[in-house]
Design a protein around this ligand. Structure first.
Ligand SMILES: Cc1cc2nc3c(=O)[nH]c(=O)nc-3n(C[C@H](O)[C@H](O)[C@H](O)COP(=O)(O)OP(=O)(O)OC[C@H]3O[C@@H](n4cnc5c(N)ncnc54)[C@H](O)[C@@H]3O)c2cc1C
Length: 393
């Protein structure tokens, strides 16, 4: 395929080539259930309650929603998924999905597990990028206090030093092994601390090549400006900016908190403004491709189409290591596999971890895929299209 052949995101044959008929049927029923708003609403409390009183539902979760959106409970259990994706030209981003812990021992274990993902990446071409969340290795409340600029107590200062040491150990190993590591973006009231930490890591480790990537949530009205000012800092100080571009996952929570606490919401006034800044960020990054390495983390077809066009227009090689498309496992396979088929760099997040720990992630995916009343979700309509295509053969 030559540089100007654009991928068609409608090709479900390529999108679902890695799925057996059985896989498709399973996905069909899963998205059918997820389409029902009421079930998605009662799902989290019912599941949490059942887990708490010890009902044997782990097997059911593992065989259904977990199997669709996660690679396994351990890195080894992800091997089949990693191979399946790689056979379709798509890389894996192993995402150890532990959320909401506040125990120092768990933070150390999480750091060690993230370091295992980096070691795996350095010995496996199928795992080109790695990722972590700062709240996986540091207490949320501590980050929140740091964000307000309040004075830390001696104990808190010690705790913060330990958290920074964990982040440095992860990024340091990524640097030694030459593996990119992205730092996820989270709630705005801890994000300034995460951003400063990420910038500091980039200063240390992005001198020769992009190792550390900060995340820019373009649903925030200030983040296009942050991307540009961080790039100016990177150019001035002589390091490469690593940027993951996303729209942002916490919109309702952000608006609710701003409303309750009486401060202006950091979120854009409407979806069109978020889209406009996202696409402007793609334009800005492709304009500075030698000094910015970026990952477009999006399921938005228009943004993916735009990025593919920008690369061709600006004569940037599809395989330039400074640009990746990225989606989540179990979602938008029509984008991932058609882009990979057109020889763009593509990698999917493959979340993994103990079932109980990944439940919040699974609930978010279910909520994201509920349908507008009377309509089929995008994922379900693609699955239906592919089942019909196979049946017609
Ligand atoms: C590979 C990858 C990595 C990710 N990493 C992160 C991360 O580190 N941190 C994070 O927060 N999220 C992350 N996300 C999630 C991401 O931020 C989005 O929530 C999700 O991808 C949906 O946005 P979209 O661009 O795919 O598509 P779309 O469906 O086009 O956009 C939906 C998004 O638009 C925004 N939006 C919707 N309505 C409005 C409105 N009325 N006003 C303003 N904005 C609106 C919201 O951000 C919403 O999620 C990641 C997603 C992917 C695919």
């Amino acid at each position: 395929m030559n540089q100007t052949d654009r991928p068609s995101f409608e090709n479900t044959e390529i999108a679902f080539r890695h799925c057996s008929n059985y896989d498709l049927k399973r996905a069909y029923w899963l998205f059918k259930v997820i389409n029902v708003n009421f079930l998605v609403k009662i799902g989290p409390p019912v599941t949490n309650f059942a887990m708490k009183i010890g009902l044997p539902i782990k097997g059911l979760i593992k065989a259904t929603i977990f199997k669709h959106f996660c690679g396994g409970e351990t890195i080894e259990e992800c091997n089949n998924t990693i191979k399946n994706l790689y056979d379709g030209g798509v890389g894996t981003i192993l995402d150890y999905s532990i959320e909401g812990e506040d125990d120092e021992q768990v933070f150390d274990q999480t750091r060690d597990e993230i370091m295992r993902t980096i070691k795996r990446a350095s010995s496996d071409k199928a795992v080109p990028i790695t990722v972590f969340k700062v709240t996986g290795v540091a207490r949320f409340g501590l980050l929140e206090k740091l964000d307000t600029g309040a004075q830390l107590s001696t104990d808190e200062q010690e705790e913060w030093e330990k958290a920074k040491a964990r982040v440095t150990a992860i990024c340091g190993l990524a640097h030694t092994r030459g593996i990119p590591v992205m730092i996820d973006a989270e709630e705005s009231w801890i994000q300034q601390t995460i951003d400063m930490l990420a910038l500091d890591m980039m200063r240390r480790f992005n001198r020769e090549k992009a190792i550390v990537y900060s995340t820019y949530q373009l649903y925030r009205h200030d983040k296009l400006a942050s991307l540009k000012s961080d790039h100016a800092i990177a150019v001035k100080e002589g390091f490469i900016l690593g940027a993951k571009l996303v729209r942002g996952a916490y919109m309702e929570k952000e608006r609710k908190r701003a409303d309750e606490m009486g401060y202006p919401s950091p979120i854009q006034p409407d979806k069109a403004s978020a889209d406009k800044d996202y696409d402007a960020a793609l334009d800005f990054c492709t304009d500075h491709i030698d000094t910015i390495a970026f990952v477009a983390g999006t399921h938005n077809e228009e943004s993916c189409r735009l990025l593919a066009e920008l690369l061709d227009k600006k004569r940037i090689d599809h395989k330039n290591p400074h640009v990746y498309f990225s989606q989540l496992l179990g979602m938008s396979d029509n984008l991932s596999f058609n882009l990979a088929d057109a020889k763009y760099n593509v990698a999917k997040y493959v979340p993994y971890g103990p079932i109980k720990a990944v439940l919040p992630y699974l609930f978010r995916r279910a909520q994201e895929n509920t349908a507008i009343a009377g309509q089929m979700s995008r994922e379900l309509s693609l699955i239906v299209k592919e089942i019909k295509r196979r049946n017609a053969r």
